[in-house]
Design a protein around this ligand. Sequence first.
Ligand code: GDP
Length: 296
Amino acid sequence: MFDNLSQRLGAVVKNLRGQGRLTESNIQDALREVRVALLEADVALPVVRDFIARVKERALGQDVLSSLTPGQMLIGIVQKELAALMGEQAAPLSFAAQPPVVYLMAGLQGAGKTTSSGKLVRMIRAQGKKKVLLVSCDVYRPAAIEQLKTVAAQAEADFFPSSPDQKPLDIALAALDYARRHFFDVLIVDTAGRLHVDEAMMQEIRELHAALKPVETLFVVDAMQGQDAVNTAKAFGDALPLTGIILTKLDGDARGGAALSVRQITGKPIKFVGVGEKLSGIEVFHPERMASRILG
Ligand code: GDP
């Protein structure tokens, strides 16, 4: 992940560091290389365009040319803008509602919703919320409910049983009622995913959203999907008031474009990244740290 991008940007950075003075044309050349590197990493075109325009404006406006360390200054601007692109600061989970607060998991099949539901338990506990209940509303894949049950056991969280002959909305409401009566802090609702965005799936999850009033509606998306990740995020973002994104499979060989564009395109923060199949494979997403990592 980011290896290629890091390498290419690293070369630009190294080159700039060595320059005692910069001309406007040096800056243009450097930015052209940054642009190509971002496009090759699968960052969405409008995001790249905006990014380069912002860096250029700041670089020319901030007297980079007359600075004593112009290369350093330009690198600083690129790094700040990269972090800004990804949201600047880490976005914490919200607990701002009467418990049990509800987290709704949305996304395509295979994105990592079930795994991420288990991973979130640890993140929630780290915030001092102890009692977490998990429920699956995926009545279309019989194995899905069993899979969440296994995940819940691994995460040492409670599991609310459901079965494929029930309606998703009935399951969700029964789980919420149970969570209320048993004083749970958080109810995580895993939902069905389809292979592609389709209207029936969107309608179902909109109904779940309306009934559950979740404080977090987390869109789970596979970073390996590259540009498609961004398109899917946009489709879900148009259909549902998302509160954040979990970008999974960052441990794979994704080129990183999704991490760099998804915030900008959807306007929603990446809250967590998935970095492995195990339940420990989750990290809070820190845009600034990621930006430094990318620049190497
Ligand atoms: P769902 O259909 O959205 O619920 O997706 P699952 O949670 O079943 O995940 C699909 C596959 O992706 C499983 O094999 C998971 O182990 C795997 N997976 C999920 N998150 C990650 C991750 O962050 N890294 C890696 N390497 N694999 C992941």
